[in-house]
Design a protein around this ligand. Structure first.
Ligand SMILES: C[S@@+](CC[C@H](N)C(=O)[O-])C[C@H]1O[C@@H](n2cnc3c(N)ncnc32)[C@H](O)[C@@H]1O
Length: 215
């Protein structure tokens, strides 16, 4: 993704009440941060925030956390939040590589929307559905694992189906053209809107698995 370096991005986002500036301090205790016992759902690669902001607006009884590695992208998301009061939304500025140091057995669902495809084989571990990431996610899920993924990228979609199957996920939903039979509750992301306007098909899957109980 091409990024414009926004001056003072870090300063701007750190002033927002939505940003969790010390996310590792809340590991295993995110319900305390939200002050309730509602489920916690996270989006990795939140970008400019359209998806997670609208999810939070539409589902006041679920806590949402958007994770994004670039402060200069998050500035756009934080600006959209300026005039909103959403007690069930937080934003974290980290690389998802650190996800298992930030959460522990407390996440109910992970959203992966238009994740970077990393087409070169040597970068496969950076794909957010690589076995490496799926093993990290297993540590953050509370009870059962639930992953929802949307992408325009067929190769990433196929790669994700294979890796999720190999980790014993079962598929609740697999769509090869989301917009041919659009869910009424679909919330488009910024990238999704761009790709749909270009007439490209959008792939979607929802996968679940049970966390293996230790003997
Ligand atoms: C292609 S954009 C999609 C943005 C948004 N989800 C959408 O659909 O409009 C991918 C986003 O994921 C972020 N990202 C990629 N890898 C990441 C990682 N390892 N940790 C956190 N964010 C990541 C990028 O910075 C970028 O904002």
């Amino acid at each position: 993704m091409r990024l414009r370096n926004i001056k003072n991005a870090q300063d701007i986002i750190s002033k927002s009440e939505y940003l969790v500036s010390n996310p590792k301090d809340y590991q295993g205790k995110y319900n305390k941060l939200f002050n309730n016992n509602h489920n916690i759902e996270i989006e990795i690669g939140t970008g400019k925030g359209n998806f997670i902001i609208n999810k939070a607006k539409q589902n006041p009884n679920i806590n949402f956390i958007g994770i994004e590695k670039y402060a200069s992208v998050l500035v756009k998301c934080i600006k959209k939040l300026d005039d909103l009061r959403l007690d069930n939304l937080k934003i974290i500025n980290i690389d998802a590589n650190e996800i298992d140091e930030v959460f522990a057995k407390e996440v109910s669902k992970i959203y992966l929307n238009f994740s970077d495809p990393w087409p070169k084989k040597k970068h496969a571990n950076r794909r957010l559905t690589s076995p490496l990431f799926l093993d990290k996610y297993a540590k953050v899920f509370k009870k059962d694992c639930l992953i929802e993924l949307k992408t325009d990228n067929k190769n990433l979609f196929e790669y994700s189906l294979v890796n999720l199957s190999q980790k014993n996920y079962l598929f609740d939903e697999v769509k090869l053209d989301l917009y041919s039979d659009l869910d009424k509750d679909n919330i488009p992301t910024e990238y999704e809107t761009k790709f749909v306007n270009l007439g490209m098909p959008i792939y979607k899957l929802v996968a679940q698995c049970k966390i293996a109980k230790k003997k």
